[in-house]
Ligand binder design. Structure first.
Ligand code: ADP
Ligand code: MG
Length: 324
């Protein structure tokens, strides 16, 4: 399939006329670059994330899941900033121009793009080892973006959903077991918490999405804010698929395993009632798992009061053992 044909197929499948900011993409696919008309009362939030076969997804991942996940991880970054999705660019490196693979990939991506209301404004196609790079752009009211740096001592540490299921699915696969469909979906089809991120504007003092594991990602947030945190391990909500694991096995995966794309954020201690209201209105479980401390560092406390640290602390590229 010629490159031009391939781009046409992507465009037909993914570009949606009904995306809220489609009309503000004055020039999309077809020119040298995309041209957007920015709303005067918004700030641009931009992020980019690449997915590499064998690193970010197992090689046997269905093409629709690859398309979904490549966009989902970027939407999750927009969610963590409290931004509204607007446009994205897609740079694809493909080993072959396989129409069947491409159509399934595009369908998976299109479904999520439709749900999120984000418009495909352009991209690039090259041949080489499978690599998908998405650049997502979102909009936020001036001064309203959520950042990592605002956590203050006494703030509650909150997590959405039940992190750990994706890491558990991957752990099963790496040990030669087959996760069931629900478990595998946690890994292949993460749901970016866009509505929650938007709703956290004006409530959360800081926010981060969980891509590399709770310890690693919360650690980044604490570092930026110059504070520490005390986590109560017994408060970590248990994913259904992990109920038969021992507490330590479960905590270890929940703290160190990535790929959940839940949000971890901080709120002032007086905001519990608003937090409960938000969980109701968004239909997402929100759990207080700890508290910000003025003393730096992250301590995870077991039910008996003793501190506990798993062997691995999270995924990190360029480390020889692949873990932090
Ligand atoms: P150039 O040679 O100027 O980089 P390309 O031939 O790469 O142009 O791209 C032609 C047009 O198609 C551009 O508008 C570009 O944004 C769009 N495009 C290329 N690849 C993709 C893709 N994977 N997804 C969406 N749009 C794409
Ligand atoms: Mg190009």
């Amino acid at each position: 399939m010629p490159e031009f044909e391939l781009i046409k197929r992507l465009q037909a499948a993914i570009c949606s006329e009904s995306a809220p900011y489609q009309a503000r993409c004055i020039l999309g696919i077809g020119d040298d670059a995309a041209l957007m008309d920015m709303p005067a009362d918004r700030q641009l939030v931009a992020c980019t994330d690449s997915l590499v076969a064998g690193v970010h997804f197992p090689p046997d991942t269905p093409p629709a899941a690859v398309g979904h996940k490549a966009l989902a991880v970027n939407l999750s970054d927009l969610a963590a900033m409290g931004a509204e999705p607007a446009w994205f660019l897609l740079a694809l490196t493909l080993p072959a121009a396989d129409a069947g693979w491409l159509d399934e990939f595009a369908q998976g991506m299109a479904r999520l793009a439709g749900d999120a209301g984000i418009f495909l404004a352009g991209g690039d196609v090259t041949s080489g080892p499978l690599n998908i790079c998405v650049t997502a752009m979102g909009l936020v009211e001036p001064g309203q973006a959520l950042t990592r740096s605002g956590a203050r001592p006494g703030n509650l540490v909150v997590v959405s959903g039940r992190p750990g299921a994706a890491a558990h699915a991957l752990h099963l696969m790496l040990s030669g077991e087959q996760p069931d469909a629900t478990e595998r979906a946690a890994l292949d089809y993460p749901v970016p918490r866009l509505a929650l991120g938007r709703a956290l504007r004006g409530l959360a003092t800081s926010c981060i999405d969980l891509s590399d594991g709770l310890l690693a990602d919360l650690g980044h947030l604490l570092e930026r804010a110059g504070v520490g945190a005390l986590l109560e391990l017994q408060n970590l909500p248990c994913p259904a698929s992990m109920s038969s694991l021992s507490p330590r096995e479960r905590w270890s995966l929940q703290l160190s395993g990535g790929d959940d794309y839940e949000l971890c954020f901080t709120v002032p201690p007086g905001e519990r009632a608003r937090l409960d209201g938000l969980a109701q209105s968004c239909g997402i479980e929100l759990t207080v798992i700890g508290e910000i401390t003025s003393e730096r560092g992250l301590v995870a406390r077991q039910p008996d009061g003793s501190a506990w640290r798993p062997r691995k602390s999270g995924y990190e590229h360029f480390r020889e053992d692949g873990v932090g």
